[in-house]
Design a protein around this ligand. Structure first.
Ligand code: GLC
Ligand code: CA
Length: 587
């Protein structure tokens, strides 16, 4: 194998992914063939979203204005200046629509309103206006795979009976077996248990079954029905007319099911499958979904301003995900492969390279994400032993993460992420270094996963705990009272915003610095060139900055130049310790 020597930084292999000094552990990518991103021969994609940092607000847990223990829209509006100070470009709001809250609002009963828990439509309008007046864009969540069972369509479907046009908006089927008492197929719900629930007919006897890939309170819509398509185009118009900048599309890979609803026989995972050559589950990533997004894109493009669609699609490998962001479809897709990657230099190098190449291939920007409302927060995830499979929640009695290690790695990971070209997503509280609540009493849990999995999967409550603003205030400043819909752990005090604001070295100030430099240097639209990669160190240049993360056991020399950000202090002689990222401005 030919070798090209990179910069002579001791401890770093440069120029090629091939091993020079130790046992071979090739990342499989040739730095000479894929040296930079984007491909300099292609015209760059432009638009605010290609480089935006987008902050996810989980309305229940961000800020509570009226003190009932549940965050609300007026609470968000009152805290918008925090986001301006932090330096993000946009917010994405998880659902605030009328809902029985069977799945924390991802069970929508009315797509054109606001649940009284969160406020009123006037509060939503005010939030959008106030955000936009501060230069913040607003993205709302759209949940098209399923409605709530309290949606008027579902009520009508139950009343109308088998074979009716009302039932055809959902996926109703007769059961199997002599009495129809077996579900139509073997699909499981993502939250555990069968994906089918039997309804009672008008005669009071057991009737048909309906499909719900999630909770029984979330019946799946039938996207082959033109009425369903027309309705959602209208819902998009409703929010576009109110001035939103885009939509995060929930379960975007689930809308179309394989027509024969064939048995699957495998455990249910929201992921579509890692390998290209393995059969795809009949409920995920079916080719028919793309036509829907083409229609939506055409609608968005007919509006002024650059309105965007973001796919929540748990689709692997990256090439399959890239199909969602072809030029006439969505603008972005969450990069969950990145979120799931292990904390090792080869794994990080491989996922970054693959992500960039896959989206370059369709002319779309890459996205980066480490935390959201569905996964264990990265400050805790990274405190578990490297290689631990993605935990479905952590609770009392589970192996507890190493909190200090987790935070240290989380800061290094975030600083690495924010240096990458593309768009980055932050989840509320990660700018404070918030850990997961890993010792929440099980009685307090609200995620349907815990009950439906027969108490085997803890679920997602631990990342959804109301966030701390003021260390010494009731509910840590979440609201005016001490009410909080999920219990806040005592460690929240030390993570509160007021303990970190203006404090050099705090996680909050690290994020602010990173976001400021990212903007100043145009890192989101920059050109990434790998400098070194190996078993222990990753290093690349993005325009005027050199970025280095040390995953190895011993400190390594910092790149030459002025250190402008570091996820933890360097050694006295200026080297970069284990689990630390630095940004260096080239001399
Ligand atoms: C998405 C949401 C998740 C929700 C599910 C069903 O994965 O992010 O919170 O439970 O869809 O709507
Ligand atoms: Ca409230």
């Amino acid at each position: 194998m030919e070798r090209a020597d990179g910069p002579s930084v001791p401890g770093i292999r440069g120029g090629r992914a091939a091993d020079r000094t130790g046992p071979a552990r090739d990342t499989g990518v040739d730095l000479n063939t894929h040296p930079t991103h984007p491909d300099p021969t292609e015209a760059p994609v432009t638009g605010w979203w290609t480089e935006a940092v987008i902050y996810q607000i989980y309305p229940r847990s961000f800020a509570d204005a009226n003190g009932d223990g549940i965050g609300d829209l007026p609470g968000i509006t009152a805290r918008l200046d925090h986001l301006v100070e932090l330096g993000v470009d946009a917010v994405w709001l998880s659902p605030f629509y009328p809902s029985p809250q069977a799945d924390a609002g991802y069970d929508v009963a009315d797509y054109r309103g606001v649940d009284p828990l969160f406020g009123t439509l006037a509060d939503a309008d005010k939030l959008i206006t106030e955000a936009r007046s501060r230069g913040l864009r607003v993205i709302v969540d759209l949940v098209p795979n399923h409605t709530s069972s309290a949606h008027r369509w579902f009520t009508a479907a139950l009343a109308a009976g088998p074979g009716s046009p009302e039932r055809d908006r959902y996926v109703f089927r007769d059961g199997k077996g002599a009495d129809g008492d077996q579900p139509p197929n073997d699909w499981q719900s993502v939250f555990g248990g069968p994906a089918w629930t039997r309804v009672t007919g008008a005669d009071g006897r057991p009737g048909q079954w309906y499909l719900h890939l999630f909770d029984p309170g979330q019946p799946d819509l039938n996207w082959d029905n033109p009425e369903v398509r027309a309705e959602f185009l209208d819902v998009l118009r409703f929010w576009l007319d109110r001035g939103v900048d885009g939509f995060r599309v929930d379960v975007a890979h689930g809308l179309i099911k394989q027509a024969d609803l064939a048995d699957w026989q495998e455990p249910q995972e929201i992921l579509s499958g890692r390998e290209v050559d393995k059969p795809r589950p009949p409920m995920w990533d079916q080719d028919g979904v793309h036509e829907i997004y083409r229609d939506w894109r055409a609608l968005l493009d007919s509006y002024p301003g650059e309105r965007i669609l973001v796919a929540e699609a748990w689709v692997e490998p990256a090439e399959r995900l890239a199909r969602y962001v072809r030029p006439d479809e969505m603008h972005q897709a969450f990069n969950f492969e990145y979120l799931l990657a292990s904390w090792t230099a080869p794994a990080q190098y491989a996922v970054i390279t693959r992500s960039l190449e896959a989206t370059d291939g369709v002319g779309a920007p890459t996205t980066w994400v480490l935390s959201n409302h569905d996964v264990v927060r990265h400050a805790s995830r990274l405190g578990l032993p490297v290689g631990t499979p993605r935990p479905h929640g952590i609770g009392i009695g589970d192996e507890q993460p190493d909190a200090a290690l987790g935070l240290r790695r989380a800061r290094a990971a975030s600083l690495l992420m924010l240096a990458l070209p593309g768009s980055a997503y932050l989840y509320q509280g990660e700018e404070l270094g918030l850990p997961e609540h890993t010792t929440m009493p099980d009685e307090a849990r609200q995620d349907p996963t815990w009950e439906r999995s027969g108490h085997t999967l803890r679920g997602r409550d631990g990342c959804r705990v109301p966030i701390p603003w003021e260390a010494d205030a009731p509910s840590y400043g979440f609201g005016p009272t001490d009410a909080s819909w999920l219990p806040q752990p005592p460690v929240w005090a030390e993570f509160a915003l007021d303990r970190q604001r203006g404090v050099p070295g705090s996680t909050y100030e690290l994020y602010r610095t990173a976001l400021r430099l990212r903007r100043e240097h145009g890192l989101g639209r920059g050109t990434l060139a790998w400098l070194a990669t190996g078993d222990e160190v990753l290093s690349f240049r993005n325009d005027g900055l050199t970025v280095l993360t040390n995953f190895g056991g011993v400190p390594v020399p910092a790149p030459a130049g002025e250190v402008v950000a570091a996820s933890a202090p360097l050694t006295d002689d200026g080297r970069v310790p284990t689990d630390v990222t630095v940004w260096v401005r080239s001399a």
